[in-house]
Ligand binder design. Structure first.
Ligand code: XMP
Length: 515
């Protein structure tokens, strides 16, 4: 996409790099993350309006630490170095770095010593609480640089060569614990680099409505519609961009929860003139899953079967050359990150291998967006709240929430219990406060008593979590009355269940799904 202004963030391996990108975008400035191994020519070709050098775990004094071409500092580009980025800037431009006596982690008090555009709306506050995480620090700034701030343990906590628009911070302005962190970043973007706040989701939709027809021409596109927000937004955007040349395929795998998918698909059918292929493949999926209890095997069977069913249907559509996918920016970052892709804990990729197998080119209109931006696009496209704020639902569906063997009877118990969870979360408005909430059917029976009778029946676990991006999560502190009501209703209304438990594990070390 041709953006007028763009900040390039060079990733030196910090765990906070994504946060820098999110903060700049929240300020209305488009930003992209690139690995620090990018060549100088590649970087120039991106035509950055400003550069941010991220933090990272390395030490500039070690021989194999990642570096940067000193020429880049002569381009006249506004540059902000953060933590390792600061040390690298100092090192490359002739300053001195030293290992700290004590590694500084966590909160520090910053004292501003020198006025500059970075401190606008910040100074006046004598001391600012900032978040540090570093081993080395700058002892002597490079020639031409002024010290802007210090902490109790380091004398050069921020520095700048104002005339060359080179700024550097030892602390992390992008983390929420840093007071005025947003202001400091915004000051860099707007007052130092002179950028405008022009990145909005309506400008994104406009640019996509031009870019997609230009990319696709009069070719046909297939799109797997799952009922989740990402694929729904892809479908609606493409529908607006290329109309009838878009073919959406909705595969009912028999593993959907009550109403899941159908609600969204029904809405789209009613409000958008979509080419929608509704495939009923329940028997195929359930017969292949019969007797399978291993979670990874379940995921693999579902993944392969999905590809098979999807491919069979897509082949019936004449002239298809593109596959549309709801890839988001965090997936893109993971594949290019400086540390490389992280270890696969569960195989998440629902349609992995499909494009190569069918020889299709990819259309990924959301690959530059974070999840919160996708939600804004959905609102921009006029989609209703029940789609915009829909909880994530995994590709393998209820198969990974029926722990152990999957049978139609066990799926039905889970569906009924889950329907109550969804209903109560909605009725109390907690649906919109939590990241995800659902029921899990456990592979064990326990003893209970109903009336005068002993029962020996199934256990349902409730998994309700708070999260920002599903990378980490914590169990939601739902009011006890709501938990009590959900539990009472499940035990009274769902035949075959006599016990409900609440999952109070965080991620890590647990995961959100049980399988
Ligand atoms: P875990 O269980 O790894 O889940 O903590 C993190 C988030 O991802 C969702 N999830 C999936 N989504 N295909 C998907 O599209 C999958 O195979 C899959 N497995 C887990 C999960 O619901 C949570 O939001």
């Amino acid at each position: 996409m041709n953006m007028q202004e763009k900040v390039i963030i060079l990733d030196f391996g910090s765990q906070y790099t994504q946060l820098i990108a999110r903060r700049t975008r929240e300020s209305g400035v488009y930003s992209e993350i690139h690995p620090c191994t990018i060549t100088t020519e590649e970087l120039r070709a991106l035509q950055p309006s400003a550069l941010i050098l991220s933090g990272g775990p390395a030490s500039v004094s070690s021989p194999d630490s990642p570096g940067i071409d000193a020429q880049i500092f002569n381009w006249g580009l506004p540059i902000l170095g953060i933590c390792y980025g600061m040390q690298l800037m100092a090192h490359v431009l002739g300053g001195k770095i030293t290992p700290s006596l004590d590694r500084e982690y966590g909160r520090s008090e910053l004292t501003v010593q020198h006025e500059c555009p970075l401190w606008e709306r910040v100074s006046g506050a004598e001391k600012i609480t900032v978040w540090m995480s570093h081993g080395d620090h700058v002892l002597t700034p490079p020639p031409g640089f002024t010290v802007l701030a210090k902490t109790a343990s380091i004398d050069v906590a921020a520095m700048a060569d104002v005339s060359r628009k080179l700024y550097a911070l030892q602390f992390h302005p992008e983390v929420a614990h840093t007071e005025y962190g947003d202001e400091i970043l915004r000051n860099f973007l707007f007052h130092v680099a002179g950028l405008k706040s022009a990145w909005t989701m309506s400008s994104f939709v406009d640019s996509m409505l031009h870019a997609l027809p230009a990319q696709i021409g009069d070719q046909s596109v297939v799109c797997g519609l799952s009922g989740g927000i990402d694929s729904t937004v892809v479908a609606v955007l493409l529908n607006k961009a290329i109309g009838k040349n878009l073919h959406c395929i909705f595969v009912d795998n028999g593993l959907l929860r009550a109403g899941e998918g159908e609600e969204v698909v029904g809405y789209l059918r009613e409000h958008f003139d979509l080419n929608l292929h509704h495939i009923n493949a329940q028997n195929k999926f359930l017969s292949r899953l019969a007797g399978v209890t291993d979670p990874e095997q379940k995921r693999k069977i579902i993944g392969h079967t999905f590809i098979e069913v999807f491919e069979e249907e897509a082949k019936k559509i004449p002239g298809v050359t593109y596959l549309a996918q709801g890839t988001l920016y965090p997936d893109v970052i993971e594949s290019i990150s400086f540390k490389g892709p992280s270890a696969v804990i569960k195989s998440h990729h629902n349609v992995g291998g499909l494009p190569e197998k069918m020889n299709l080119a990819l259309v990924e209109p959301l690959r530059e967006l974070f999840k919160d931006e996708v939600r804004k696009v959905a609102q921009e496209l006029g989609l209703p709240d029940f789609i915009v704020w829909r909880h994530p639902f995994p590709g393998p569906g209820l198969a990974i929430r029926v722990v152990g063997e999957i049978t139609e009877a066990r799926l039905e118990i889970l569906r009924q219990a889950d329907k109550i969870v969804q209903h109560e979360l909605m009725a109390t408005n907690w649906y919109y406060k939590v990241w995800q909430g659902f029921a899990v059917l456990l592979p064990l029976k326990t003893v209970g008593v109903m009336g005068d009778e002993r029962t020996y029946e199934h256990v349902i676990a409730l998994r309700i979590v708070d999260s920002i991006d599903a990378m980490t999560a914590d169990w939601s502190r739902l009011p006890a009355e709501i938990l009590a009501r959900i539990s009472n209703r499940i035990i009274n209304e769902v035949k075959g269940v006599n016990r409900v438990v609440y999952d109070i594990s965080s991620k890590p070390p647990s995961t959100i799904e049980w399988e």
